[in-house]
Ligand binder design. Sequence first.
Ligand SMILES: Cc1ncc(COP(=O)(O)O)c(C=O)c1O
Length: 451
Amino acid sequence: MAGTDDHKVVFSGKKREATSDFDGDDLIVAKKSASGHVSSWEDPVAAIASARHEFGEHGGVNMSIEASATFTVMEPETMRRMFSGELGPDRDFFIYSRHFNPTVLNLSRQMAALEGTEAAYCTASGMSAISSVLMQLCSSGDHVVASRSLYGGTYALLKHFLPRASNVTTTFVDVKDHGMVRDAIVEGRTKVLYVETIANPTLAVANVPELCRIAHNKGVKVVVDNTFAPIVLSPARLGADVVVHSISKYVSGGADIIAGAVCGPESLVNSMMDLHQGTLMLLGPTMNAKVAFELAERLPHLGLRMKEHCHRALVYATRMKKLGLKVIYPGLKEHPQHDLLKSMANRDYGFGGILCVDMETEDRANKLMHHLQNCTQFGFMAVSLGYYETLMSCSGSSTSSEMNAEDKALSGISPGLVRMSIGYNGTLEQKWSQFEKAIARMQDSGILIKN
Ligand SMILES: Cc1ncc(COP(=O)(O)O)c(C=O)c1O
């Protein structure tokens, strides 16, 4: 069995422990199963490549799938020791897959490497990752300060669900206004500051280092949703305590899987898996091992995919602006947080793969999407993002429909805002000509005025 300098050769499964291939050091690496720690963290792509490569049970280049709900023990005493916490996944002892599953741990290790955190744990959806981490960090009576520019589901969770179900309340703020953030923190009661790196759908960019400074000064943990900017931004490297993901988007890239992740300190992940008090353990938003395997095959090319998403988004945003469209894209110099994003971003990956075109009214937004999908095949009318095809939706009436009109206006969501997740299918020029054709048709029919 061969390995590279970077890749320690590690076999999964207790049966392998007795073989001479498995030396003591490898055993220790194998046992840091939730940890994605790499010694020289340069950027997320390098970190993913440096994470331990897991080979299959029979020497396959891909890891085996541990498709078991439950695990056997050789001695009855072992079961008691596992339940008491004395023997755990760090020593290759597994109880039950809602708790820890080796294949899910392998994906979790990749996610921890991606975000440069000590550990990570993968879940059945992005929402379950978000709700579980918030419920772990907050108890009844606690308070959250959150950005008012958030994915609609997260907004509804904080605004409606958590106050009812857990007596955890939220103050929504403009995170660009650091004074407002500071004033909203109630010392002793506020436990979490919650933001999205690049907000859905407004594409406002959060100043992660400064927000972390403000929060940490008051003993508040910072939880950052990095769904819109994997690879591009590394919030934990900028000071965030916890990074959450909807893996369903860019990390998956296939628009075929719903999944999520919590990336953070090992102590947090362990607390979330605690048999008595852990939200992941007790609410059970468990990822299936077969899903974890599928996703683990996609992490190695996430960097390449992000580069192309970002490249095309920048080219299209620049050209759309020239056509006279009202484009919002943080890669454009005139975006209010362009310099901030540049100062925080990992080098050479770009500024995100999402852009917005503000058509001002829902009717004009719908007409644009109709032409782009049904007349010229530029993309699909669908929510979500990170797919190889371009996906378009009118956010105000879809993924932000949970917000009332006032909150939408406050967060800057115009009724005609069309969010586009730029794909990389086909050639850049082929797709651009489809976009131009749709615009020309709209101009011919008087919906858009020629520039
Ligand atoms: C920024 C963001 N966070 C979280 C979620 C929720 O993720 P999931 O659909 O995987 O539960 C979404 C979208 O659905 C999102 O856009």
